[in-house]
Design a protein around this ligand. Structure first.
Ligand code: PDD
Length: 282
């Protein structure tokens, strides 16, 4: 029997049986929001923080949610249980629903809600022990990157370009400085201080980044929220990126310029160690 790994509009079912209407506004306009939540050893990691962000994203685009928080959490836990996913992720998406294509919100449109639970192989150990190389690319996204919407084309194109050039990822820069990476937050160390972009419309409020900031404070590592310019970042002693899928990854080279002699730094190691302990304790 096919594995039940999907929930769509009220039903648990195998992914190949989960079909959406081609007039869904998620497909037509990218009119929806999403979340990615890590499943670690069969448990959802920081589900409440993801739900907080989902609620905020939905409110920002005036999207009514089909469930209350308690119900949503219960469905998420149930999907992880029935799918048997042990280490991987839960992808969750809500769109404005199905309607004949008009730009303004249609009347009486019922949101489409689905989730997919998937096993995911962890990245190669070398990513964490040796670090990765990134490139800098212009941030060509819209002006509300704080909302986790389905509109990811600039992120997709930048990641594709970076990967084709042999990089792990791209960091976006705007006139303000480095904003974030194509699907992760960026944190940098200067003189023992952890620096990361201020929260605002130009970046997603990364949940992993918030956790890393909390851990840094517990470890007495000073934290500053400030933009780092595209030139300054080359002078950093350490650079790292964070997201729900990869946790913390050390960056050892930017556009071919070596950071920290090409080695993951001490602050990265402390934070990664503390992060692992938190994952295990959850
Ligand atoms: N992306 N910035 C962007 C643009 C992102 O897309 C993400 C997450 C993050 C990090 O957020 P968090 O720590 O809450 O995962 C920052 C997910 C993983 C994705 O799109 O697949």
């Amino acid at each position: 029997m096919a594995r039940i790994d999907t929930f769509l509009n009220g039903k648990f079912l195998p992914v190949h049986e989960a079909n959406v209407n081609i007039e869904d506004r998620g497909i037509l306009f990218g009119d929806g929001v999403y979340e990615v939540i890590q499943v670690y050893h069969g448990r959802l990691f920081q589900a409440n923080e993801h739900l907080n962000r989902l609620w905020r994203s939905a409110a920002e685009i005036e999207l009514p949610l089909p469930y209350d928080r308690g119900e949503m959490l219960q469905l998420m836990v149930e999907l992880v249980r029935v799918s048997n996913v042990y280490d991987g992720g839960l992808y969750l998406e809500i769109t404005r629903g199905v309607a004949v294509r008009v730009h303004q919100f249609p009347e009486n449109c019922k949101p489409t809600f689905f989730m997919i639970a998937r096993d995911a192989k962890p990245l190669e150990d070398s990513v964490y022990t040796q670090g990765v190389q990134v490139t800098l690319l212009p941030d060509e996204r819209w002006k509300r990157c704080d909302i986790k919407t389905l509109n990811l084309l600039p992120n997709v194109l930048a990641k594709e370009k970076a990967v084709r050039l042999g990089f792990f990822d791209a960091f976006f820069f705007s006139e303000r400085g480095i904003t974030e990476a194509t699907s992760s937050s960026v944190l940098v160390v200067f003189n023992g201080e952890l620096v990361t972009a201020p929260q605002g419309y130009w970046i997603l409020p990364g949940i992993t980044r918030d956790t890393v900031i909390d851990l840094a404070r517990q470890l007495n590592i000073p934290v500053r929220r400030d933009f780092i310019s595209k030139d300054e970042i080359f002078k950093a002693t350490e650079v790292m990126l964070t997201n729900t899928r990869v946790n913390i990854v050390p960056v050892v080279s930017i556009d071919g310029v070596t950071i920290n002699n090409g080695q993951p730094g001490e602050i990265y190691k402390q934070l990664a160690h503390a992060f692992k302990a938190l994952l295990e304790a959850t």
